[in-house]
Each structure stands twice: as C-alpha cells, then as structure tokens.
Design a protein around this ligand. Structure first.
Ligand SMILES: Cc1cc2nc3c(=O)[nH]c(=O)nc-3n(C[C@H](O)[C@H](O)[C@H](O)COP(=O)(O)OP(=O)(O)OC[C@H]3O[C@@H](n4cnc5c(N)ncnc54)[C@H](O)[C@@H]3O)c2cc1C
Ligand code: SF4
Length: 464
C-alpha cells in the first residue's frame, strides 16, 4: 500500500448545471485544500518540476510558502518568473510539464501544481496585490511589442520591470490574444485576463488597441520612431481549412470565427450583444485539439442537441488537454473517432446538411510521432448536421512578412525564423510565441517570450 496521501481533486461544477451557462467550470481550491495539498510536496532539492516549467516557476519554493500560509510571499515568488499565473493556473497542460516531472507522478499522485498556482494567483488578485507592482529603473529607452497574447504580455512585463518604456500594439479592441478571443469564459473568465493585464498597466506599459502593425505603422516606422527594439508576438490566427468539396456552404465556420464571435463579440449573450452566431441542433466540430473541445462545449451551451467531435485518430492521440476531453464527454459531446470528412453536402438554399465521412484505421507513426490515419476504402457514412466548425489548426497571418522587407519566414508554415536569441533576420527585431513556433501553448509562448525579452535587454544594454 502506498503511503502517499491522495491528491486533492480540483472542485468542479456538475455537468448538468454548467452546460446551462458560460460560468467557470473549475472552482479552484479553498485555503484549507491548498494548504493540505501543499503539505504533500516533498520539497525535492533537484526540483524536477521547476526544470520542466518553460518559464522556470520555482515550484517547491512557492509551495513551501503556501504550507506556511505566506500567500503574499508565494504570490510574488511565482510572479518573478510567471507574469500571468492566474491564467496559466487555469489553462496550462501541467500534466505534460511540471506535474509529469513531479516525483509523486510515479505513484500516480503528482502535486496539483496548477491548482496551487491558481489558488495563490487568485488570492493575490483578491487582495489587490498587483497594485503594488512598480516599473524598474535599470533600462532606458522605448520598446515596441506587437501583439498582446501571452508572448507579448510576457515580453512587455519583463522589460517594464527592467525599466524600459514599453508600448504594446494590438490589432483587436481587447488585450490578451487567444486568451480573450479564443478560450471561452467557462474555462478562463474575461475578468481574470483583465486582472492580469492590470499588472502590465501598473508597470507603466502603454497599450494601443485597434492598431494592426503593418497597416497603421510598419516595423520600420517603429524603429525610425525611436523604438530601440521591436518584438513581434502576433500569434498564429489564420485558420486552416480542409480544402474539401462543399466547404464554402453556409453555416460552416472556422473555429477562429465561431469562437471569436462567441467570446470577443459576446455572441453567447445575444441579443444583449448584437453579434449573432447560428448554432443549429446538430453541430459537428472537426478536429481533436483544445480549439475543437472549446467549440464543441460552446455549441452545447448554446443549445445544440447533438454535438459531434469528428476526429481522424483515436482519443489517445488527441492533442487536447486530457481534462478538457473529459469535461467535453461529461457535458454530452459525442466523439466520432477514426473518421474524416470527405465532402460537405448542402440543401437547395446552400446550407450545410450532411457530412460524408470516411472511416479510418491507424498505421505507423508519422512525423508528429502519432500513428498515421489511413482511410478505409468503401467505408463512407453520412452525418446529419446543420452547423459545422472546422478546428484543424491555424498559421500566422502573412501581414507582417508582407510589410516587413527582409523578415525571413519558413515558406511552408509561414512562421518567423529566429536565431538562438529569438532575434529575427532584422537586427533589433525579435519574435516568439506561436508566430515562431506555429500553434503551441500559452506557457511555450511565455517561455520563448521570456527568453526573447532577456536577449532584448542584453542587446539594448550594449547600444551606445
Ligand atoms: C481556442 C483555443 C484554445 C486554446 N487552449 C489552450 C489551452 O487550454 N492551453 C494552452 O496552453 N494553450 C491553448 N491554446 C494555444 C494558446 O492559446 C496559444 O499557443 C497562445 O495564445 C499563443 O500566444 P501568442 O502570444 O504567441 O499569440 P496569440 O495569443 O495568438 O496573440 C497574438 C496577438 O497578436 C495580435 N496581432 C496579430 N497580428 C497583429 C498585428 N499585425 N498588429 C498588432 N497585433 C496583431 C492578435 O490580435 C493577438 O491578440 C489554445 C488556442 C486556441 C485557439
Ligand atoms: S517534484 Fe513534486 S514533490 Fe518534488 S518539489 Fe516538485 S512538486 Fe514537490
């Protein structure tokens, strides 16, 4: 019998209640649960959990402070390395990072690092601790950050705490990137994002919203205007499509459009907000990532009777977080696995009415390391639908490369090429996050942003 005390489960609202609204599903630890969970930590001197964190959060140190009920110290300890912990505590795939590396994972009970991070971050927000954030004094000069997703936020914070005058340019009318326009309210409340952005404002970061760089200013304009360095963190926001017959039929959305309308334009509050999205009775979401789960769970909340995830591999190969797959199943999303669309069929008015799918089997692993799906000839079947959401991935918008002569990108993926310091082919211009990595994760965008910011600081210190 293992002597390890069991991990405290993260409380969640019951499925039958949560599918009726867009309020947050996971509830977070209370003080007692957080201290109990923190007491399970072994304070390992070699810190495998910290090493597995892309931004290097000092995990055992902050957890020891939680044990001692020193929540304020724990808050600032995390914040030294992770500028938006209330967000990562909610959306990070800890099960593949810090919690996977935790020594207690070997007995199946890793410390709930994400839930503890969330507890401390929420506690700090409630106490108004971010109001105490102050801009540093070491660095001098202006820095431009293009894009306000997790990569841009990290760079802006890292450089503001070092004393630079940071201006952030964001194409949309709200700050946060995918966090605000992609991830739904029931996983990441907008208030949390605004609270985290408040920290940037306290550090003196100026945010110019509604300012697409490449249209309003070019990168060259910014450098000519006295910005010592420019950071590009414009993400991967251009959706990919399947390229199949019938894909242009009405009520076939890209996940980007569907979720942006729902989240950013508050279509889930229609008619209180003026943006509608049609969600029919039978909705199919094509794909198996976090985006697909978010679209499917959003459709359930907007009253769809049947929501199908159509995915060409099995559940084991799904790139979505395990927890979100479980949440989707609990909420009644139906998984049509080992199935791939072949074409979309419409009615006489040009609206989608059916998907013709092919059954698949799994072959040898492909370049992604996952087993390759192989179509089974003659296995076609029809799925009745009135709305389809395509969630098979996205790539960077080409605007930046089109308007920045000399900026090198990978031809096939459209991602920006950087050196080991995250400097692009243009001196003084840096890039990180999804625009460099392709579709990645919030914490990878932050980890690469952090390293880019440190390199930018080094570069600016050497300038005359
Ligand atoms: C629906 C969805 C759910 C996801 N769920 C998770 C999850 O649970 N966990 C996880 O870790 N990851 C998740 N991801 C992935 C994660 O959100 C991204 O990897 C991450 O947001 C990338 O950060 P970024 O800062 O590089 O770019 P983004 O978040 O894409 O931010 C880029 C910003 O740049 C702005 N921009 C673009 N072009 C310009 C321009 N020319 N001028 C000015 N601004 C510009 C955009 O408007 C945007 O605000 C999800 C992604 C999606 C789409
Ligand atoms: S590996 Fe696990 S038990 Fe060890 S310090 Fe990290 S969180 Fe604590």
């Amino acid at each position: 019998m293992s002597k390890v005390k069991p991990r405290v489960p993260l409380p969640k609202r019951p499925p039958e209640e949560r599918v009726k609204d867009f309020k947050e599903v996971a509830l977070g630890f209370n003080e007692e649960q957080a201290i109990y969970e923190a007491q399970r930590c072994l304070n390992c001197p070699h810190q495998p959990c910290t090493q597995a964190c892309p931004v290097g959060v000092p995990v055992p140190e902050f957890i020891s402070l939680v044990k001692e009920k020193k929540f304020e110290e724990a808050f600032w300890k995390i914040k030294e390395k992770n500028r938006i912990p209330a967000i990562t505590g909610r959306v990070c795939p800890q099960e593949t990072l810090c919690e996977k590396a935790c020594v207690l994972a070997r007995v199946g009970q890793p410390i709930a690092i994400g839930a503890l991070e969330r507890f401390v971050a929420d506690w700090g927000i409630k106490q108004g601790l971010v109001k105490e954030a102050v801009k540093g004094e070491e660095g001098r000069g202006k820095v431009a950050v293009v894009g306000s997703g997790p990569a841009g936020i990290t760079v802006a914070a890292e450089l503001a705490v070092r004393g630079y005058d940071v201006t952030m340019f964001e194409a949309l009318h709200e700050t946060g990137g995918v966090l605000i326009y992609g991830i739904p309210e029931f996983r990441l409340p907008k208030k949390i994002i605004r609270d985290e952005v408040e920290y940037l404002l306290k550090l003196g970061v100026e945010i110019q919203k509604g300012t697409p760089v490449g249209r309003v200013y070019t990168i060259k304009d910014l450098l000519d205007d006295g910005y010592k360095t420019v950071f590009i963190g414009t993400g991967a926001g251009t959706p990919k499509f399947l390229g199949l017959p019938g894909e242009n039929l009405s009520y076939i959305y890209s996940a980007n459009e569907f979720l942006t309308r729902m989240n950013l334009m508050r279509a889930y509050l229609f008619p209180e907000y003026p943006t509608p999205v049609r969600v029919g009775r039978n909705v199919a979401v094509i794909g198996g990532g976090n985006t697909a789960m978010d679209a499917a769970r959003t459709a359930i909340r907007r009253g769809a009777e049947n929501v199908y995830i159509v995915y060409r591999r099995t559940r084991a190969e799904m790139p979505a977080r395990k927890e979100e797959v479980e949440n989707a199943l609990e909420e009644g999303v139906k998984f049509t696995l080992l199935s791939n669309p072949k074409r979309f069929l419409g009615d006489e008015e040009g609206r989608v009415k059916q998907i013709e799918c092919l059954k698949m089997k799994l072959g040898e692993p492909d370049e992604s390391g996952r087993r390759r799906p192989i179509p089974i000839p003659g296995s076609e079947f029809l799925l009745d639908v009135d709305t389809v959401v395509i969630a098979i991935g996205a790539r960077p918008n080409p605007l930046m490369q089109m308007t920045t002569p000399g900026l090198k990108v990978r031809e096939k993926e459209g991602t920006i090429i950087v050196d080991e310091n995250f400097q692009t082919s243009i001196k003084g211009v840096y890039a990180a996050g999804d625009v460099v990595l392709g579709e990645a994760t919030v914490i990878e965008a932050m980890g690469t942003g952090q390293k880019a910011a440190w390199a930018m600081h080094g570069y600016m210190k050497e300038l005359p």
